[in-house]
Design a protein around this ligand. Structure first.
Ligand SMILES: C[S@@+](CC[C@H](N)C(=O)[O-])C[C@H]1O[C@@H](n2cnc3c(N)ncnc32)[C@H](O)[C@@H]1O
Length: 332
């Protein structure tokens, strides 16, 4: 490891917080919309403290998120603009906010896990989604973060899934409808049912209304560990299996097999570990899964093994240009 790599690890804490604060206080939007500006002018325009802002921007310049001109003005680096502009569909601000306000506090439990194991430390805790959906605001923020994370990749994944002949798709744990909307937009003959916990219903209904999808998009409230899944030609799971251990995943995939018509398919859309244990976003979110859920990330081979154990055959993996990829299994 060279010292530069070590620096990015040791000081990563500061860059994450600098990015989060600059986004939350409108600094990045101000620089993107208004063009290069000094910390003093930006602070005056936004009514925030100039010295603190200068220090935050120096950190962001050191990690190349912004650039500092010789005259001391700052600009958002061109290649990062789409991901930091809140009007762009690729905007990651909601995800960063979730990491800082939610995940960071939970990472402290890793220390206890190391000493006593996850099972005993988490023994008295409510199930993951009881915590995530603890009130209306938390539910809305989580579903918004999921939409931001999933909607753009879903457009490409819907293409990779080749759903032209599919009439009925059930998106299990489909949240506020990111994959459903992407698939419905691409395939005019398709109808999608999102099967999810009852708290999600009003959010999916808002998506249906605002996007004018009529009865092509429906919601079935249920608990996938207690209830059967609605029948379908294709059953999809986006970021679901990574929330659960292998035993629960197999239970879910067996239910999907039951629900799926003969000749139908199951779609598993997930981050994938490479065989060598990377890439970093998957390894990092694998830690996040450990404290926030009961799951983990897996390799394509591990998902294929789970699909085959549930009865699916002819499994193939299709990689997208995003962090979320597709493993498909067929029901003979
Ligand atoms: C990590 S989110 C994934 C959302 C979406 N599929 C995506 O790819 O962005 C997990 C989803 O599973 C749903 N979920 C969790 N437990 C569930 C259960 N027992 N029954 C039905 N849905 C559940 C949550 O409400 C949430 O929408």
């Amino acid at each position: 490891m060279n010292p530069g790599t070590l620096d990015s690890v040791v000081y990563g804490l500061f860059s994450t917080h600098a990015l989060h604060l600059a986004d939350r206080h409108g600094v990045l939007t101000h620089l993107i919309e208004g063009g290069p500006a000094s910390a003093a002018d930006t602070a005056a325009a936004l009514g925030i403290d100039a010295e603190t802002l200068e220090r935050l921007l120096l950190v962001l310049a050191a990690v190349s998120v912004v650039q500092r001109d010789p005259d001391g003005r700052y600009r958002v680096a061109e290649e990062t603009v789409p991901f930091l502009d809140s009007r762009d569909p690729r905007y990651i601000g909601g995800f960063v906010d979730h990491l800082v306000t939610n995940t960071t506090g939970q990472l402290r439990r890793l220390h206890d896990y190391l000493q006593h194991g996850k099972e005993s430390v988490d023994a008295g805790l409510p199930s993951p989604f009881e915590t995530i959906y603890r009130d209306e605001a938390a539910t809305g923020a989580f579903l918004e973060a999921m939409w931001q994370l999933s909607f753009e990749p879903s457009k490409e994944l819907a293409g990779l899934a080749e759903l032209a002949g599919v009439r009925r798709l059930v998106d299990v744990g489909g949240a506020s409808g990111a994959f459903a909307v992407a698939a419905l937009s691409r395939y005019p003959g398709l109808n999608v049912t999102v099967f999810d916990l009852p708290q999600v219903g009003p959010h999916l209904e808002r998506t249906r209304r605002t996007r004018g999808l009529g009865d092509r998009l429906r919601f079935t409230a249920g608990d996938f560990f207690r209830d059967p899944l609605p029948p379908a030609d294709c059953v999809s799971f986006g970021y679901i299996l990574s929330d659960w251990d292998d035993r629960f995943c197999l239970e879910l995939l067996r239910k999907a097999y039951q629900a799926c018509a003969n000749g139908g398919r199951v779609l598993v859309m997930e981050r994938l570990f490479d065989e060598d244990g990377g890439p970093l976003p998957t390894a990092a979110m694998n830690l996040s899964m450990h404290v926030e859920t009961r799951g983990r990330h897996r390799t394509a081979a591990e998902y294929t093994a789970l699909l085959e154990a549930a009865g699916f055959t002819g499994c193939v993996t299709r990689r997208s240009s995003w962090d979320k990829h597709l493993v498909i299994g067929g029901k003979p």
